[in-house]
Design a protein around this ligand. Sequence first.
Ligand SMILES: [Fe+2]
Length: 384
Amino acid sequence: MELLLEVSKEMSAEKGTSSLAQTIVNGIAKLTKLKTAAIYSIHGDFLYLEATHPPLPPDFPEHLRRAPLNEHPHIKKAIVSKKPVILPDTKKAALSHAEREVCQQRGLRSILYNPLIYKGKTIGVLIPASVEKIHKFSEDEVSICQTLASHAALSISEAKLFENQQHYLTQIQEKNKSLEQAEKNTAESLKAFRRALLGIVHSMGTLMSKRDNYTAGHQQRVSELSGEIARVLDLEDDRIEGLKLAAKIHDIGKLSIPTEILTKPQKLTDLEFKIIETHPNTGYEILNNIEFPWPIAEIVKQHHEKVDGSGYPDGLTGEDILFEARILCVADVVEAMASHRPYRPALGIDVALDEIWEKRGSLFDPDVVNACMKLFKEEGFQLE
Ligand SMILES: [Fe+2]
């Protein structure tokens, strides 16, 4: 009994299924004082030789390590009946070809087949056997072997469960790792894509400054001012980034307008104004083909729209105008009035702020005007 407890303890200490199978066969050999033992597991219609005592020689035939259940009728009988099966003498018994082969390879003489039963299902067979000499299995011996077999079945099932859990855990960890990598790659591609877009926008700005230096400087300052107004308005960082980008090229449509009109020192004629008014649509056409992660083309198209519908090109009103475009519109007017223009000297920031304050709610979005006033009056913002 003490020996049984000792063997059971050894089994409980094992975590891996293969080392556990070895502990079990060693244990039953010790318990029965027989020279050899083996343990098979069952997977569908196949038997797998998990471990033997003593261990198998390396040249033990592969077809005996993994074999169809039907080729081993005594094992099958123990599995199906769920009861121990005794084979008193292999030399006198009717054996299948595979059984005879195993007996000859291992020198088996008297064999006891103990089914390993877990939750009513046979999961394997534990087989102590004598070598060369006949051994008579007593009732006590069979009973002790059955007790050990039931403990072995439990330990093996728990170990398998543990291994499966570890396996799933590893799979989950690997999946998480590849997800993290994919996210990293996406983030990297997105960064590279944004860098490329910024490069395009920068090149557009350079192109414009070659032609009309005033517009290039104006756009840069409007971009800064738009970003600051948006910050006061608590716009999300990503939208601010898009807005600043749109502002940097908001007058790109002016590329199609003759320089003489853009830099004309005198007041423009009505026809010249009509030509100038085409630039939001031209800008939209230029930018619409580029897939920005923000509605850059739309913001540019709407930057001369006014909340009362008096703007151009579409006479949009109120919230039909993108919020970014409403911000850009105010920043554009303030910068244009505060700075020098080809046809007049700078009017100054105070005149510009008076203008947007006066037209607050009619031409300009009141929230945007408030934010712009706060920026200059309270935060001391200055146009560079
Ligand atoms: Fe404009």
